[in-house]
Design a protein around this ligand. Structure first.
Ligand code: PEP
Length: 254
């Protein structure tokens, strides 16, 4: 598999961590450490940190992403944020369908699809998260679960739009647990995702999609995971909150 056909992307998912002033301080630490990165570097931060974060990374190679977005442009959706709001302040990426949103906030493949379509229409780049639960893996239905998520989450996404989609394979049992999928397990599912994309679109389109692995990736295991043919980057939770650890993962992707 020719990895040069796609962009390596390391994205931090800060989750519900860091106030605006803490976000600025962490980004100031991260920026010089990743300045010579050979991959795309993104920090996905809480909504209230976004404006400060966009300002903080100006003139650097770090891009800013949100952790969710609503599919409607405006209206009676108390507590929600629209694509237009994110675009206006300079946000480029948005994490969608993270397992914590699926697990705690009722996110479904249908709403992930609506958010993905809206993000793409607005010119935001979605990082669409998919992954199986532990018991789904134990019941040997990982591929069925992933195939279903890929098909539904990307429903009606055109081949042209697919160029701006990043997929993050995040086995739910590996997120925030310290349990990492082995590099072979990560590769197996990332390759399966690419095969599904080839079925839904075509091989050329599938080969151009960046597929990240996420789930307790850290400075100690990044090299091996990122060395796999179909693992093009990482979505990093815990380790993205420590500048040196995040920078070491970025280096491993270069
Ligand atoms: C995540 O939140 O997307 C994630 C992968 O978390 P962690 O790296 O902490 O497992």
């Amino acid at each position: 598999m020719d990895k040069s056909k796609r962009k390596a992307i390391i994205a931090g998912n800060w989750k519900m961590n860091k106030t605006p002033s803490e976000a600025k301080a962490l980004l100031e630490e991260i920026k010089p450490l990743v300045a010579d990165a050979d991959c795309e570097v993104i920090a996905c931060v809480p909504y209230v940190d976004l404006a400060v974060a966009v300002e903080a990374v100006k003139g650097s190679n770090v891009k800013i992403g949100a952790e969710n977005v609503h599919w409607e442009e405006k209206g009676a959706f108390t507590g929600e944020i629209s694509t237009g709001m994110l675009k206006e302040i300079g946000v480029e990426y948005v994490v969608l369908g993270h397992s914590e949103r699926r697990q705690y906030f009722g996110e479904t493949d249908e709403t992930v699809n609506k958010r993905t379509k809206a993000a793409l229409a607005a010119g935001l780049k979605p990082i669409v998260c998919v992954g199986e639960l532990l018991w789904e893996r134990e019941c040997d239905i990982t591929e069925e679960v992933i195939a279903r998520q890929i098909k539904l989450d990307l429903w009606d996404v055109t081949e042209d739009e697919l160029k701006n989609v990043v997929i993050a394979y995040e086995p739910v049992w590996a997120i925030g647990t310290g349990k990492t999928a082995t590099a072979d397990q990560a590769e197996e599912v990332c390759a399966f995702i690419r095969a599904q994309l080839a079925k839904l679109y075509n091989q050329e389109a599938a080969d151009a999609v960046t597929i990240q692995y996420g789930g307790s990736m850290n400075d100690g295991n990044a090299d091996e995971l990122l060395g796999k043919a179909d693992v093009d980057g990482g979505l990093i939770g815990g380790a993205s909150l420590v500048a040196e650890k995040f920078a070491a993962i970025v280096k491993a992707a270069g």
